[in-house]
Design a protein around this ligand. Structure first.
Ligand code: FNR
Length: 376
């Protein structure tokens, strides 16, 4: 069978009333084996499910008689103004769900002035994506998510390309040294189609060349994974601000902020590393507390609605990123779907802000949330 799937019609699918509906539609828009790969986490998907379920622990506390006539969702993140505190997470291999892949996502980012983080494993060259965004028209510059390449010269080449193409930041992903497959994807027989190839880089060296008896994990994946000195090297090797993604531990976050990282993305990679990892939201307040109020902090993992966005902001994030929802909307209606998703998330967030009496994102604090007592 052809591995490229046909483009969906560019119209908002009937029945999409809320951002979450794009997840419900995914079964109709994405072949079952590909959906298993995308939706699945690691192992039995416990962490992936827990990421979303964690939002159910919190409820929103309303206010009345507040003057919200000047209300808005704009945020300033590391010097750039975003129309709403919602960006597109780096998600690899977008041609799995749309023949034009990341180009469509970039068109949606341009139309909605949303930040886009391009994966190292994108199926579209980073220059092409940058060419679809106009910072001079007020659209945020794209950021490049980086996997350190096995050879430093290859990482340097990527950095030079990102700098030349006008990227605004490098986001180094630290949590993907170990990525155990989703059992759901294995059972569905998912294999990456031969023509779905990354446009620029790899995720690391395959551990196939290890001597007999060596540990695939420790002498393989972990021997190649980044250490603090690699981060220091990276910061010295580029003129761009360096963020780090995939941090959950408060002490790690503190050390990274102290080391001069431009910002931190609290994330567990959508539950795709090892099953049993803590839900991303559960550690967000402790990370915020550890780094103080001034270090920029993005959050991802399990966001499916504007209420989820509100809760993440209340628990300490400056903005959030969406991963899977982005692919579901891309599969359903291309650029229009992704733009529509971002608009729905923004409107749902505005409704939560209105009911909670928050005129700006800065007003959304932990006092707007109440823990649901019987949550389990
Ligand atoms: C990802 N994610 C990811 N992260 C990253 O830093 N580089 C990458 O290339 C990818 N690729 C990728 C592919 C797919 C199919 C998924 C689902 C996820 C993780 C992503 O950036 C983000 O952390 C999570 O997706 C957030 O969780 P939600 O929004 O999907 O629940």
């Amino acid at each position: 069978p052809p591995s490229t799937i046909p483009a969906p019609p560019e119209r908002i699918p009937p029945g999409v009333l809320a951002a979450r509906d794009y997840e419900r539609l995914a079964e109709q828009c994405i072949p079952a084996d590909r959906l298993a790969y995308i939706a699945g986490g690691s192992g039995e998907d416990w962490t992936a499910r827990a990421n979303s379920a964690a939002f159910g622990r919190w409820s929103i506390v309303p206010r009345v008689l507040r003057d919200l006539r000047t209300g808005h969702t704009r945020v300033r993140i590391a010097g750039e103004v975003w129309a709403q505190p919602i960006g597109l997470a780096p998600v690899a291999f977008q041609k799995l769900v749309h023949p034009r892949g990341e180009r469509e996502t970039a068109r949606a980012a341009a139309a909605t002035h949303s930040p886009l983080l391009l994966s190292t494993l994108a199926t579209t060259p980073l220059e092409e994506v940058a060419g679809l965004l106009s910072p001079e028209a007020g659209q945020p510059r794209p950021w490049l998510q980086l996997y350190l390449q096995p050879r430093r010269e290859d990482t340097l080449a990527l950095l030079r390309r990102a700098e030349a193409a006008g990227y605004g930041a490098i986001v180094l992903t630290l949590d993907a040294s170990i990525q155990l497959a989703s059992h759901r994807a294995l059972r569905a027989g998912f294999r990456m189609p031969a023509d779905c190839v990354p446009a620029h880089g790899s995720i690391g060296v395959p551990a196939s060349a290890l001597p007999a008896g060596a540990s695939r994990i420790f002498q393989g994946a972990m021997a190649q994974s980044a250490r603090h000195e690699d981060l220091a090297w990276l910061r010295g090797a580029t003129t761009l601000p360096v963020w780090v993604k995939g941090v959950l531990d408060p002490a790690d976050a503190r050390a990274l902020a102290d080391a001069g990282c431009a910002g931190i993305v609290v994330s567990n990679h959508g539950g795709r590393t090892v099953d049993g990892v803590a839900p991303s939201l559960s550690l967000l307040p402790a990370v915020r507390e550890a780094i103080g109020s001034h270090v920029p902090l993005l959050f991802d993992g399990g966001i499916r609605s504007g209420a989820d966005v509100f809760k993440a902001l209340a628990l300490g994030a400056n903005a959030v990123l969406v991963g899977r929802l982005q692919l579901y909307a891309l599969a359903a209606a291309g650029a229009l779907g992704v733009a529509h998703l971002l608009q729905l998330l923004g409107e749902e967030l505005q409704a939560c802000m209105a009911v909670a009496g928050c005129a700006s994102v800065a007003d959304i604090g932990p006092d707007r949330l109440l823990a649901v007592p019987d949550f389990n």
